[in-house]
Design a protein around this ligand. Structure first.
Ligand code: GLU
Length: 566
């Protein structure tokens, strides 16, 4: 889970809808934006990102008459400069768009894909015949790099809903990359956390450890290579990313990582080719939809498990009168935790890339299925975990006698990623979560190009099983937890939210919705409330403040630390 700085940023990310009625705040006199404000009120549009430069970029676009989609792309490109360890053109993400005119919610799946040449045993070390260790082998490798989806997502979003060119959307980011941004404590500490693996690659060392040193807090960090890459894309379009010299260099970096001569890191190589890059497509996708206590909740359909898992949990909770239990917060939270465990059991059994496996998205988000799953939720006792998945092939809302086999899921997702919300004066809303997976992705900068490649393929199940919907397959998207979500009330935006945090993204989004709707908290309070997360594992993880407030049961690990309190 992100530390406090990130957490506040996530707070702002859920606020955009509630702050569309005040002025767009004026740009700071200092061209380098450093002020962070968790809450803002304005009119004419609103932007929330983790980073003041990215928010300023989006606001500039809105002020010049651009729409929410234009501004979101501008912000995302700027995050590629200022938050390069969480997001950038070397990664992927999910873009959710509410169109005010039609009242329709649409999405783009810009998830990374596995190369065509990947084998089921890609995560087995050919030297030993044993699985690679997750750290360091898998995370810092070519084998975990997926074909990036972010450039195609920006292009597709602008093509479908934008009003400015890609070149114009990239302008603010190019400016920030050239003039530099002010290094903060987060950037320095994330660089420090990655120092060993950044040192392992000449290209990464040259960019992020200049002179062999960590960037100093308060210094100005420029990335001219990335500015040049953006200029190339602005001139030639995203085909210059997926074909031609840049595509060749990306493939070369994956197949033959630019290892420093003195590194001891093993760095398994990947198989990505220029053909894999040329074949990449961002996918237009219908959103998931459930109705929760009168609100229409739209989320991201598979390949992300966000929409189905948040949606199923809400369908389960809808069966219970949680607003009636409002005075008893622990009881409401008990329902929330138990519902998410049930939904995670189904996530593990059924969700993968729908282009490869038959994902029962409709059943998982069907209120009748949710009602049947609610039979397993005891309002007074926590079930023994892991709980069993439901049967999507046959359900009618009545309590089943015999549930199916046990879910068995190992969670290897990492906690990086960034989320943004943008709205405009027309009332359009973008909720966009993007990532390069681990903080620092694969650790590999494409030489001379100024951006890191992802290690998203670590989101596949690391142990291969032919019946696992999230098994590795050529061309497939690994299952994600990213959950950009938009709630409408009577067809109008009520709340838009998303989060970083690996599989806790799902529970963070879910708990925030429960806090807001069932516990009647304001949006800032709903986000600031201490969190706990139950992902169908023996113990619940909880933030220290949650344990302070509600007490610890046996075996409740403190979140984000791994300590156990007894
Ligand atoms: N790779 C993760 C996912 O797609 C996101 C990484 C994170 O948030 O830490 O779900």
């Amino acid at each position: 889970m992100p530390h406090l700085g990130r957490r506040l940023a996530a707070v702002t990310a859920a606020l955009a809808i509630s702050v569309t009625t005040g002025p767009i705040s004026p740009a700071s006199a200092d061209p380098r934006q450093t002020d962070k404000n968790p809450t803002a009120t304005g009119y004419g549009g609103a932007v929330t990102t983790v980073d003041p430069e990215a928010s300023a970029a989006a606001i500039e676009v809105l002020r010049k008459g651009g729409n929410a989609v234009d501004a979101a792309v501008a912000a995302a490109a700027t995050l590629g400069v200022t938050e390069p360890y969480s997001a950038g053109i070397g990664g992927g993400g999910y873009f959710v768009y509410y169109d005010a005119k039609s009242g329709k919610v649409s999405t783009i799946d810009g998830r990374e894909t596995a190369p065509a040449g990947i084998k089921p045993d890609a995560f087995i070390d050919p030297g030993t015949g044993k699985p690679y260790r997750f750290t360091p082998e898998l995370v810092t490798s070519g084998v975990s790099v997926g074909v990036p989806g972010t450039p195609a997502t920006w292009e597709r979003a602008l093509e479908r809903w934008g009003s400015i060119s890609l070149g114009d959307a990239l302008k603010p980011a190019i400016k920030v990359a050239d003039r530099g941004f002010v290094v903060d404590e987060t950037f320095r500490s994330q660089t420090a956390d990655n120092q060993a693996r950044f040192n392992a690659f000449t290209s990464t060392k040259d960019l992020y450890l200049q002179g062999g040193k960590l960037p100093e807090v308060g210094s100005v960090f420029q990335n001219h290579d990335l500015a040049d890459t953006y200029r190339l894309l602005a001139r030639k379009g995203m085909s210059a990313f997926y074909t031609g010299p840049l595509a060749e260099e990306i493939a070369k970096t994956v197949q033959n990582p630019p290892k420093s001569p003195d590194t001891k890191l093993p760095v398994p190589v990947g198989s990505m080719t220029t053909k894999d890059l040329a074949n990449y497509e961002a996918v237009d996708q219908d959103p998931t939809h459930v109705n929760y206590r009168g609100y229409d909740v739209y989320g991201m359909a598979p390949s992300s498990s966000g929409g189905t898992t948040v949606g199923e949990s809400l369908n389960i909770l809808d069966v219970f009168d949680l607003p009636g239990l409002k005075a008893d917060q622990p009881a409401v939270l008990h329902h929330y935790l138990e519902a998410s465990a049930l939904a995670f059991a189904d996530r593990g059994k059924y969700v993968g890339d729908p282009a490869f496996v038959d994902v029962p998205t409709e059943a998982l988000t069907d209120p009748v299925f949710g009602k049947e799953r609610a039979c397993e939720l005891d309002p007074n006792h926590a079930a023994t975990k892991p709980v069993k998945p439901g049967n999507v092939a046959s359900y009618d809302g009545t309590c089943p006698a015999k549930p199916a086999a046990l879910a068995d899921e190992k969670d290897t997702e990492n906690v990086s990623t960034t989320n943004m919300t943008v709205s405009d004066k027309w009332g359009n809303v973008v909720e966009y979560t993007l990532t390069i997976e681990q903080t620092g992705g694969s650790g590999m900068v494409v030489p001379g190009r100024g951006f890191l490649l992802n290690n998203e393929l670590t989101d596949f199940s690391t142990v291969y099983s032919a019946t696992d919907p999230n098994r590795i397959e050529p061309g497939k998207r690994p299952r994600s937890s990213m959950s950009p979500t938009i709630l409408l009330e009577d067809g109008k935006p009520f709340l838009a939210l998303g989060s970083p945090g690996g599989s806790t993204i799902i529970t963070t989004v879910l708990q925030t919705i429960v806090n807001r709707i069932d516990l009647g908290m304001s949006t800032p309070d709903a986000i600031a409330a201490p969190r706990a997360s139950q992902r169908n594992t023996a113990s619940v993880t909880a933030e220290p403040a949650f344990i302070d407030k509600y007490g610890a049961c046996v075996d409740v690990p403190v979140w984000p630390q791994a300590d156990t309190v007894g």
